[in-house]
Design a protein around this ligand. Structure first.
Ligand SMILES: *[C@@H]1O[C@H](CO)[C@@H](O)[C@H](O)[C@H]1NC(C)=O
Ligand SMILES: [Zn+2]
Length: 246
């Protein structure tokens, strides 16, 4: 199963520099955990007479690319690639506590799961509180960000299920990712978008985009769209709000 996590990782030169990214807070409002303010209600207040831009730091931690998963997690063999995921989580949790206005979105459950199991109960309580307040938010939430070209849909569903189950079991409703996030695969499959829509995601953000498609979309202002991701499913079952970047 992990093999499907390895497929998409050859183009990361661009993405390692992308620790922050323009992310438009979606303005739908959906029910969240009963006594918590996670989800869209935890977005900072906006000014309706302006274009509101939210800068949200996010992860892109490859679940194996140039190094093994262990080497990425522990920060070993940094001569190959300078990456140590455990330190990202340590420092993010520390910094989130220092300012309630800070937000962070975490993507790859394979690494988060590993880190979570190594934390003390008191750290786990702090993290759960950050999740309940929408200050730490999971997006995508599968075990990894899978490739879209070489993968079979059954394996995609399996690895998404593994990650999403852990988040639900650990954090409940506030751990549920609302946005699918595929910022590194090489091309994007319609079936993948259809699966995400059927899994209940509200939106989908992806990169990279074919350069001709991108040039056309920039001209016609179609970098954001409602993707009708299935020919056969009755709309809006497989319709998905989609934003492209790069
Ligand atoms: C999430 O966990 C709750 C509580 O265990 C369970 O009732 C619910 O079915 C789970 N949701 C999903 C989508 O698995
Ligand atoms: Zn990658």
């Amino acid at each position: 199963m992990l093999a499907i996590c390895y497929g998409s990782q050859a183009g990361d030169r661009w993405w390692v520099a992308y620790m922050t990214l323009l992310f438009f807070c979606l303005v739908f409002s959906l029910p969240t955990g009963r006594n918590s303010i996670c989800g869209y209600r935890s977005c900072p207040a906006t000014n309706p007479s302006m274009l509101n831009v939210h800068l949200v730091p996010h992860t892109h931690d490859d679940v194996g690319w140039l190094k093994t998963v262990d080497q990425y997690y522990y920060g070993d063999r940094n001569n190959i690639q300078h990456a140590g995921v455990q330190y990202i989580l340590d420092s993010v949790i520390d910094q989130l506590q220092k300012d309630p206005a800070r937000r962070f979105i975490y993507v790859e459950t394979a690494f988060f799961y590993r880190w979570w199991r190594q934390q003390s109960q008191s750290t786990q309580r702090i993290v759960a509180q950050l999740v309940n307040e929408g200050r730490l938010e999971f997006i995508n939430g599968g075990w990894c960000m899978s490739d879209e070209a070489t993968t079979h849909y059954s394996a995609v569903i399996d690895q998404m299920t593994l990650g999403l189950r852990f988040l639900n079991d650990t954090f409940g409703e506030c751990g549920r990712p609302r946005v699918a996030w595929h910022i590194d695969p090489f091309g994007h499959a319609r079936e993948h978008a259809s699966i995400f829509a059927q899994m209940g995601y509200d939106g989908f953000f992806f990169g990279r985009l074919d350069y001709q498609d991108k040039a056309r979309r920039m001209k016609t202002k179609e970098m954001e769209m409602l993707w009708r991701a299935s020919e056969s499913l009755t709309p809006p079952l497989a319709d998905l709000f989609t934003g492209t970047n790069l």
